[in-house]
Design a protein around this ligand. Structure first.
Ligand code: ADP
Ligand code: MG
Length: 735
């Protein structure tokens, strides 16, 4: 073991769990009081705003209605007073540009009235509602030329402002949408809000016209299970691949991986749990209802999950959670890795998006009901979802097409790259009964007994123990499991909201049309049945990891798109342009810009990885191998006089063979690395992002795998003392 690695290990061995900053961790009895205290939510508003103003802003927050500019000044003032009490000297518009990160620019509250020398603390309604960050350095996918770089941010009043505390002060963060001056969305929040509105409206109209139910608003809900790795910071800093790419590019399989299945749900390590506890207290203060935590399957892998919330709030909270996990981990001498596949050979990380639709009264539209009418409603929504997923599987696949996910989807640890729906046995029977012509209950006519069709009460827990499906019904919600752990959840959620809304609309219109010539009952039955017959091919309840499924899916005409370039290629097909522009979620320009950005992100990531690998091998791995080679050669040489002096002694052929293996492996590694370099050079010749992505995927990545193969082999034979970077056995197991 190299001296450096030995030092790390001794250091890590002596590390203790780190205490949280604030002395809140031992005050569980104050949790209900502390919860949400770092947000300017309804509680803080009630305390700081005049009651007529509070009522109005509450309405805005609950219904998403427009904000009256007259009250904006009052809200801004209340917010400022509250924030200053929390220690904030600055505010920022917090937004989600298309680079996959959160962005912010801080302004202090100070102002000086001309002619005075006294400083005041000010914050106006205008400053609250609108900001104008320079947008030129954010990705726009060609929407906005840099010479007209102005963009602006607009307050999302439905997501509460919050306080970020740092060692020497605090910042008031105001969640905002980010648009170009010409009105195009340059962010992830704007289309999410639009898609929430769309699915809300289509659900409201459907429920009112077919079921005579009146609702003001229907919200998509999201419960996001977040997986991640926590590793020691010392190891991280000594691995240029982790620092540059967030994943290891080389690393021999350790003698022990996850085969003992001893990590999942195991007792949590003290340093790890202390870190997660600090994160939880911070998130609870920010009003994120974090609920569960546990060890995940791979060594060093963990998961936390909140109670579900309205989709835009859940999405904001997930971004805040990722930021805070990263920051707090650093303080604890750890690093939090969100990459989908930081280590080969053990499981990667995902981010299960549990999705449903909820009425304003909190009733879940994907909860199978008790009455025939509720059941009919459930069947209608289910049918709409089945149709949506079948027609728009390409979009769901594209929405999870980030570089890291390529290692995970279809790699026997995560859902395959074929989008299908898992319904579970009971529900599958129901669907098949409908398809096979057994009657279903028409909306609004409660006299029919649904018992006939055998729609059994669904025991929730038996619905899903199939972890191999990308999109599974889990009793009262769908779980979109293909989302990558590093992803901003907005795009997958935008796609879900939009395709389900479009499908609801389609089915509703079909039923209403049919009702002109037949009874409500007949029309409902006919359209539901026809739709299911047409789209049931997307339902698959078997083992998604099996090869049989690949063949079966192919025979059903379902797409299997394992690579990112393939998955991104059709985002702006005619079908998708129509879907997004008719619903006003994304204009053709906005859609195309997103595709362009996704290609760019893919290409940049792979190029960074290829360059990092080349450097790592040339500057760290090969020198270690050369010195090892020299040692063996010298050792063999040094025994030559002895061997020659002994007449009866046979040649040390095994040692020669060992030396030959080392020489040969190094040779192959040098050659493979040189070939990688020439491919990197070749990649500079591509003009379009799309063709570049295909080249990177089909030529550069396979070559990186070649380099890795030789490097990993050498790692397993080169003297441990010479190996220059921490090994898997150290990174994954020592903490
Ligand atoms: P598991 O998937 O491990 O069995 P659960 O099903 O209890 O765990 O919950 C997983 C996540 O699903 C949690 O974040 C939970 O809040 C969320 N969830 C539960 N109901 C809904 C819903 N109606 N809409 C969205 N998310 C939900
Ligand atoms: Mg789950």
């Amino acid at each position: 073991m190299s001296n450096r690695r030995r030092e790390f290990i001794e250091y890590i061995d002596s590390r203790e769990p780190v205490q949280a900053d604030n002395d809140i961790s031992d005050r569980a009895d104050r949790l209900t009081e502390i919860y949400d205290s770092d947000t300017y939510g309804l509680n803080a508003m009630r305390e700081t705003l005049p009651s007529h103003c509070y009522k109005k802003i509450r309405e805005v927050m609950q219904t998403g209605s427009a904000l009256d500019p007259q009250i904006a000044d009052m809200v801004a003032n209340g917010m400022k007073e509250w924030a200053i009490k929390q220690g904030a000297t600055h505010y920022c518009h917090w937004f989600l540009p298309l680079n996959g990160l959160a962005a912010e620019k801080h302004d202090s509250f100070i102002s000086i009235f001309p002619g005075d020398d006294k400083v005041l603390l000010e914050f106006s309604g205008m400053q609250l509602i609108k900001g104008e960050p320079d947008a030129s350095s954010f990705p726009s996918g060609g929407i906005r030329s840099t010479w007209e770089a102005r963009g602006y941010t607009v307050w999302d009043a439905t997501s509460p402002a919050f306080i970020r505390r740092e060692k020497n002060g605090a910042i008031l963060c105001i969640p905002t949408a980010f648009c170009s001056w010409t009105g195009e969305a340059l962010d992830q929040k704007t289309p999410l809000l639009r898609s929430m509105e769309y699915v809300s409206n289509e659900s409201i109209i459907t429920l009112s016209s077919l079921f005579n139910e009146k609702h003001k608003r229907i919200s998509p809900t999201l419960g996001i299970e977040q997986e991640f790795f926590l590793i020691d910071r010392k190891f991280y800093l000594a691995r240029p691949d982790l620092v540059n790419c967030g994943r290891t590019l080389i690393g021999a399989k350790p003698p022990k991986g996850q085969e003992m299945e001893d990590h999942y749900f195991g007792t949590m390590n003290s340093r790890i749990i202390s870190c997660i506890q600090e994160v939880e207290w911070k998130m609870w203060r920010l009003g994120m209802p974090l609920k569960t935590r546990h060890n995940e399957v791979a060594p060093g892998q963990y998961e936390v999950a909140p109670i579900f919330e309205r989709a835009n709030i859940a999405a904001d909270h997930n971004m805040m959670l990722m930021d805070i996990l990263k920051n707090v981990a650093t303080k604890h001498g750890l690093v939090c890795l969100f990459h989908e596949k930081p280590f080969a050979g053990v499981n990667g990380s995902g981010k299960h998006n549990n999705w449903s639709l909820s009425t304003d009264g909190g009733s879940n539209l994907l909860e199978p009901g008790h009455t025939p009418s509720q059941n009919a409603r459930f069947i209608l929504f289910l049918t709409a979802i089945i149709r949506a997923v079948d027609i728009h599987a390409d979009l769901l696949r594209a929405s999870v097409a980030v570089p890291g996910n390529e290692h995970r989807l279809g790699a026997n640890e995560a859902p395959p790259a074929i989008i299908s729906i898992y319904l579970g046995g009971e529900l599958d029977t129901v669907i098949n009964n409908i398809i096979n012509n057994t009657d279903i209950q028409a909306p609004g006519s409660d006299d029919m007994d649904l018992g006939v069709v055998g729609f059994p009460p669904l025991p929730k827990d038996s619905t899903d123990r199939n972890r191999t499906s990308p999109f599974a019904f889990t009793g009262n919600k769908f779980e979109f499991r293909a989302v990558g752990s590093s992803q901003v959840v907005n795009f997958p959620c935008i796609v879900l909201n939009t395709i389900v809304a479009e499908s609801l609309r389609f089915i509703r219109e079909e039923i209403l049309r049919e009702m002109k010539v037949s009874s409500r009952q007949t029309a409902f039955n006919k359209i539901i049945k026809d739709t299911l017959v047409q789209h049931v091919r997307v339902v698959f309840n078997g083992d998604g990891y099996s090869d049989d499924w690949k063949d079966l899916a192919k025979s059903r005409g379902l797409a299997n798109l394992p690579s990112t370039p393939e998955a991104l290629a059709n985002i702006n097909s005619e079908k998708n342009i129509k879907l997004f522009s008719e619903s006003n979620i994304l204009s053709p320009v906005e859609l195309e810009s997103r595709q362009e950005i996704l290609f760019e992100i893919y290409n940049k990531s792979i190029k960074i990885e290829a360059n990092s690998l080349y450097d790592l091998v040339s500057t760290l791995v090969l020198p270690a191998c050369f010195s090892h080679q020299k040692n063996i050669a010298e050792s063999v040489n040094s025994i030559m006089p002895f061997i020659q002096s002994q007449k009866s002694f046979s040649q040390p052929n095994h040692q020669y063979a060992h030396l030959a293996e080392v020489v040969e492996s190094i040779n192959l590694l040098v050659e493979a690395n040189q070939r990688l370099l020439s491919l990197i050079k070749q990649s500079k010749e591509f003009k379009s992002e799309h063709s570049l992505s295909t080249f990177l995927n089909q030529s550069v990545i396979p070559q990186m795998n070649e380099v890795r193969k030789y490097s990993d082999h050498l790692e397993s034979i080169v003297e441990d003392k010479s190996w220059p970077i921490p090994k898997y056995s150290e990174i994954l197991f020592l903490r």
